[in-house]
Every structure is written in C-alpha cells, then in structure tokens.
Design a protein around this ligand. Structure first.
Ligand SMILES: Cc1ncc(COP(=O)(O)O)c(C=O)c1O
Length: 362
C-alpha cells in the first residue's frame, strides 16, 4: 500500500502542487494523444515544441515580459549559472559587483574568482552570520552587472526590495523565490532559478535574459556555455530536459489559472509566512534566525532551546506527517520551506504541531 502523502517542507527538491502531480500521472502514459509518454517523445516533435513554447509564453505573461526578454532552459542547475555568468559577461578589463548574503552568493563569487575575473564584494552580511539583507549599498562605477541572491534558502533571508543600481543590470539568483511575487523586470538584465523549489523537478535551470545582455555576451567560449546557443535554438541546441520543462509548464499553468497570477500568489505567500512568524513571535520556545526586516517568505528558519529538542522536534514532526523540517546541514536548527505549493492546510498543521510540541517540552 502506498504511504499517504505528507506535508512536505523540504527546501529542494520541494513540494509541487498536487494538481500538477495528478495531471502528470493522468497523462504520463499517453501524452496529448501521442500514444507515448512525455519522456518518450522526440524533442523535435510538435508535441514537445508546444510544451516548450507554452512554458516560455506563460513565463513571459506572468512576469509581463516584452520581446527583449528570452526565456531559456539550461542544464547544470543554478550552480552552472554561477560559472556561466562571469564567463559570458566579463572580459579582461570588465568587473562586476556582488552582494554576499550567504553560501549561494559565496559560491557565485567563487566562480568569478576561479576564472580570475575582476569583481567587488560591495556588501556582505557575513558579520552577523548572514542573518540579514544589507541596505544602503554603494555600488561601483562602470561594472557590467550586479549579482544578487534574492532569497537565501539556507539562512532564511530575502530581499523585499531590490536596490537601486543606477541603471546597472542586476543578475539575480532567484532559485528559491522565482514566481513567488511580481517583479519589476526593468531592473534585471538576467534572472535564473534552479527548478527544484518553485518550478518543477531538478535538472533544469530557468534563465530569463534581456537582449542587451545577450548582445554583450562572450561568443568565444565553448558552445554549451554560451547564452546565445540557447537563445538562438529555443533551448534545443541539444536534447533539453524535456520532463522538467513539461512540469514547469504545468506549474506555470497552475500559477496562472488556479492561483490567479503573481499578485495573488504573493498575497497567499505573505499570509502563510505571516502565520508562521506571528506564531513564533508569540512564544519564546521558537526563535526565528533571520532579522525581522529580512525574513524570507519562502524559507522560515528557526531554533529551539537546544539541539536535542531540535532533533526530537524534527523526528516527532515526521511521525505526524510533517516532513523536511531539519535545517540545512551547514547551519543546523530547523527550517520550514513554504514555497508557492505549500498549502494553508499544511501551515496550519505545522503551527498546531509546533504549539503542542512547545507545551510538552517547556
Ligand atoms: C538560492 C540558491 N541558489 C543556488 C542553488 C543551487 O542550485 P542547484 O542545485 O540547482 O545548482 C540553490 C539550492 O539548491 C539555492 O537555494
């Protein structure tokens, strides 16, 4: 017998909307009357072409993107982007600004360093263990781009507003909060996100890039590492991650048609996270690790009075069907990842459990 589905608070791969999973299940053996599964269909067929074109169109509609923007699917996860960005945009005399808000930003910076590129870390929250988002950042003159991580999955912090970079394009790692809220895309030259949190299964990274960024990208690097390879071939220079793109298409359809778009999903995300933070503020047993003005709506990180209690909390929660509450292995503590697909029912069940656990262990 299959085990019942749990409330899944994993950070990534993470919960997907049930409706999407059911749709995949229903059409898995015979996609769109093709007589084949989506995993068996040629990426050159009209069946798959419809899927990729639909997901690009949905992404553009959701973010109100005009024709300057290209939506690409690139393998290698968000981590590959850390390397591709400096490789494509920084030639010998160029430089970029980075804001360091945690281990993912640090990894992005390291990839520029490995390639001997010029860069400046113009702000960092390392002094306080990455528990906040820096503000009043002084950016450099004449840099090609500013790199930010919009949501710090491990430390539970998030940019609630993006800084004014005086026209310098922002390149932003949005792996853990893409499509969780509306965006003013005029600020961004490129955004990217590993799919496995808010978009679909791991194995593909969505990249949204503006034409002027493509125009200045390096064309002398290996083919598979050039953005133009993907933009000129509709992400199908080679065999793309078809199943991932198909799932992303269904998730974007769910956001558009079931959830009512990004304004609505932002309201929903604020409501869910608000309930959890408010509950934690009402008790001294749970302490949020991120500074209040920087708290993430996607990853709620918190500590209990002792590590033993944290261990017991995670184990007892699992017994109650609440999974994935252990903090990232590099920082410990607890974390509830509540991406777009997290349900209100799940949030209420978590708060109820937290309340009972606190009372029993005071
Ligand atoms: C903000 C952020 N950036 C980058 C990554 C790395 O993504 P990937 O595993 O797709 O390389 C993650 C986590 O998976 C993340 O949370």
């Amino acid at each position: 017998m299959t085990q019942q589905r749990i409330y899944n608070f994993n950070a990534g791969p993470a919960a997907l909307p049930l409706k999407v999973l059911q749709e995949i299940q229903t059409s898995f053996l015979n996609f769109d009357n093709s007589g084949m599964s989506i995993t068996e269909i040629s990426h050159r067929s009209s069946f798959f072409e419809n899927v990729i074109n639909d997901s690009v169109a949905r992404a553009k509609r959701l973010l109100n993107l005009d024709d300057r923007f290209h939506v690409l699917f690139i393998q290698g996860g968000a981590s590959m982007q850390f390397a591709m960005i400096p490789m494509n945009f920084l030639s010998e005399d160029d430089s970029a600004d980075f804001v360091n808000t945690g281990s993912w930003s640090t990894k992005a910076i390291n990839e520029a360093k490995i390639q001997n590129k010029n860069y400046n870390v113009v702000a960092s929250s390392e002094d306080k263990n990455f528990s906040y988002i820096p503000n009043d950042i002084q950016f450099s003159n004449n840099v090609k781009y500013v790199h930010l991580t919009s949501n710090n999955t491990i430390k539970g912090t998030q940019f609630h507003e993006f800084p004014d970079t005086k026209g310098v394009p922002i390149i932003c790692d949005m792996s853990s909060d893409i499509f969780s809220r509306p965006l003013d895309m005029e600020k961004f030259g490129m955004i990217y996100a590993g799919a496995q949190k808010n978009l679909g299964p791991s194995g593909t990274c969505m990249v949204i890039i503006r034409q002027d960024m493509l125009d200045m990208a390096n064309e002398t690097i290996p083919t598979m590492l050039r953005y133009s390879t993907y933009s000129s071939k509709n992400s199908m220079y080679n065999t793309p991650p078809c199943f991932g793109i198909y799932t992303i298409d269904l998730v974007l359809k769910w956001i558009e048609e079931e959830m009512g778009g990004l304004e609505k999903i932002e309201e929903f995300n604020k409501e869910k996270a608000g309930l959890l933070y408010d509950f934690m503020n009402s008790t001294s047993f749970y302490n949020a690790t991120a500074r209040e003005d920087s708290q993430s709506l996607m990853n709620v990180t918190f500590r209990l009075p002792s590590e033993d209690l944290e261990k017991s909390f995670v184990a007892k929660a699992m017994e109650k069907g609440l999974g994935g509450l252990k903090g990232h292995r590099s920082v410990g503590g607890c974390r509830a990842s509540i991406y777009n697909a997290a349900t209100m029912e799940g949030i209420n069940a978590l708060i109820e459990f937290m309340d009972t656990f606190a009372k029993e262990n005071k």
